[in-house]
Design a binder for this molecule. Structure first.
Ligand code: NAP
Length: 603
């Protein structure tokens, strides 16, 4: 269940300890530790105004979530980022809400409230933003699905957001806590699937609007409505949407001319059974990794099409549609085109580096030199770091110092290994070298594995020195549920990332009658059913498509019932089918691996 909540809280300084939270060390003390960190998302920290901005946002967070303490948060890009334009914020905000089934008049209502708070956006009748919404409305698209499309028209079209929104000096910041456990004890009786926190800060008017969206997975939290208690006294609120007013303008500090008042708007709407959003975006879901970082649930696969340069447009299309996760590998030969796409997206300001999660992998023929493989990938991608570096397969193939040939063969055509694929342990050396990379360089944020069976994980995990694999990327779909392996990964706190979600070329998985039935039932594409099967079970998924229209339109997340999810699982249990049966997978201990005569132990 994804949901939007809308309410308006009072000033952060309502709370007695508000002022103390704007501590001297943050604001006044020039010798504070932040001197050492010159830059921050708010500007140079040596400037007192920058520190005040930061302190002010912390006070708002402390006030909005009074049970939490945000005073130890650092003003780093790990926790905050600046959103460059109101257009970008409106784009993100509207797309999330429309895809959740919220109507455009609710959006209008929300932006009207923000207008009146900030006094910078023209009133409804004259707002280009609102007229843009009305124009789209008048195209006759009444359904939720079409509202969603109309939002995209808005963002891709000529309608621009209100100019004075930014001209009046608004700065927009996104709070993206690097450690989301700070929210674990909130009064919400559920674990959020995703959350967004934005501050619109009008320095000139000395006002802040705080927007907060949270998504909840109804499949996992079916009792939420029965148990919800939103207010701090534990009283259940009424079922209707409400605005909690907080109009009072409070003095921030009598002697401080910089900011003398503030207001906060917080989204907070009671869920009820008639208003449970029917659809959310898969692109809005993230999963927490065991090292505290997050991975976006929907990633674009980049196995090359016939002409690999097409990848550039595929990536651009995906990112503009909302994908924030790209899966690639040295082996695919597509990294330079992904790099071109990312450069264009960064240059045009569509995203910043920290907005996108990029995975690459070291291939078995490079098993001896994972850092060299990574350096080549980084060079082609045009990046300083990747978010996730995976060991592509737990085997060692005989490649030269440049990892070539990628598929070395003996004269008889058999694969040329440097180590026995069944009993060898050189693959562990590769993983340990990857640990050294994360330990000694800033080239990767997280490391993980791919194509690891239970026997291989059992060999690796006791030999991990310091950095547990955060993911295992494996073939997974309703025809191959691999329950034992999925369960084993869960126990070991390893997020499963599903590759070949539709069975690769020809998309055979989508021909399964149950998937077609469910697509009709939930009024989505078969691809979206295949993705929901993973995402609703806490797994990331990597679709690939050369069809740009398909890339754009397979991003909704239907809320399949527990019963339907179980039916999908049963499909593969009844008649399992693996589609990727490459010869370098022989001997690894995977079930249903066609041609594998080497494996002796299975998962
Ligand atoms: N770690 C590993 O060893 C490993 C192995 C395999 C894959 N992966 C990763 O996972 C990603 C996805 O896996 P995959 O490449 O095997 O592909 P996939 O996403 O399972 O399948 C993609 C293929 O299905 C077709 N397709 C998708 N939807 C369709 C529809 N509705 N109707 C008809 N055809 C449809 C696509 O054709 P169109 O192009 O026409 O849409 C494309 O040919 C890879 O790109 C890669 O990033 C990792």
């Amino acid at each position: 269940m994804g949901n939007l909540n809308f309410a308006r809280s009072s000033s952060p300084l309502d709370h007695n300890d508000g002022k103390s939270l704007l501590s001297k060390s943050l604001i006044e003390d020039n010798d504070c530790e932040y001197e050492a960190v010159d830059e921050s998302p708010f500007g140079p920290l040596k400037n007192v105004t920058t520190r005040k901005t930061f302190a002010y946002l912390i006070a708002i967070l402390n006030s909005t979530f009074p049970d939490q303490d945000f005073t130890n948060l650092q003003p780093t890009t790990e926790n905050f980022c600046r959103i460059e334009s109101p257009e970008e914020l409106i784009h993100r905000f509207n797309n999330i809400l429309l895809s959740l089934g919220k109507k455009e008049d609710i959006l209008n209502w929300i932006w009207d409230i923000i207008n009146s708070y900030m006094e910078v956006i023209p009133s409804k009748s004259s707002s280009p933003y609102l007229s843009a919404q009305n124009v789209n409305h008048s195209t006759g698209h009444g359904s939720r699905k079409n509202s969603f499309n109309s939002s995209r028209n808005f963002n891709g079209g000529n309608n621009s957001p209100p100019q004075n929104f930014i001209q009046d000096g608004c700065q927009i910041y996104q709070f993206q806590p690097s450690d989301e456990s700070i929210f674990e004890d909130l009064t919400y009786p559920y674990q959020p699937m995703w959350s967004y926190y934005w501050f619109i800060y009008n320095k000139k008017k000395k006002r802040v609007t705080f927007l907060h969206l949270t998504g909840i997975n109804k499949a996992h939290y079916s009792n939420v409505n029965a148990n919800r208690q939103f207010d701090s006294e534990g009283k259940k609120k009424s079922q209707s949407d409400k605005i909690i007013t907080g109009d009072e303008e409070e003095e921030y500090d009598e002697n401080d001319e910089y900011m003398d008042n503030n207001e906060v708007a917080m989204i907070d709407e009671e869920h009820d059974n008639t208003d449970i959003p029917k659809m959310q975006l898969a692109t809005a879901v993230d999963f927490k990794l065991s090292n505290g970082k997050s991975i976006p649930a929907l990633g674009l696969g980049t196995v090359p099409p016939e002409d690999p340069s097409e990848l550039k447009q595929q990536v651009i299309t995906a990112v503009k549609a909302g994908y924030r996760h790209i899966d690639t590998a040295w082996y695919y030969g597509t990294e330079e085109y992904i790099g071109q796409a990312l450069k264009e997206l960064f240059d045009e300001g569509v995203i910043k580096r920290e907005d996108i999660f990029v995975t690459t992998k070291v291939w078995p023929s490079f098993w001896h030199s994972p850092e060299k493989s990574l350096d080549k990938s980084l060079q082609d991608l045009g990046l300083d770091y990747v978010d996730l570096f995976l060991q592509h397969w737990p085997v060692a193939l005989h490649g030269d110092e440049n990892g070539l040939p990628a598929e070395p063969k003996h004269d008889d055509g058999s694969l040329w290994y440097d180590d026995d694929p069944v009993s060898g342990i050189k693959f562990i050396e590769t993983y340990n070298k990857m640990e050294d990379i994360i330990d000694q360089t800033s080239k990767v944020k997280s490391i993980g594995v791919s194509n690891y069976s239970i026997p291989k994980l059992k060999q690796l995990l006791p030999k991990v020195r310091k950095y547990q694999p955060v993911v295992n990327q494996i073939e997974l779909h309703p025809q191959l549920p691999s329950q034992d392996l999925v369960e084993y990964c869960k126990i070991k706190d390893i997020v499963v990332v599903a590759y070949s979600p539709v069975g690769s070329y020809g998309a055979p998985v989508l021909k399964v009658p149950l998937i077609q039935e469910l697509a009709k039932k939930y009024d989505v594409t078969t691809n979206e059913i295949a993705h929901a099967y993973h995402i609703l079970n806490g797994r990331a998924v990597l679709p690939r498509s050369a069809n740009l229209e398909r890339i754009k339109t397979i991003i909704r997340l239907p809320q399949l019932s527990a019963e339907d999810l179980n039916k999908l699982e049963q499909e593969g249990i009844k008649s399992p089918k693996r589609y990727i049966c490459d010869p370098w997978g022989y001997g690894l201990g995977f079930k249903y691996w066609e041609g594998d005569t080497l494996s002796t132990v299975y998962n």
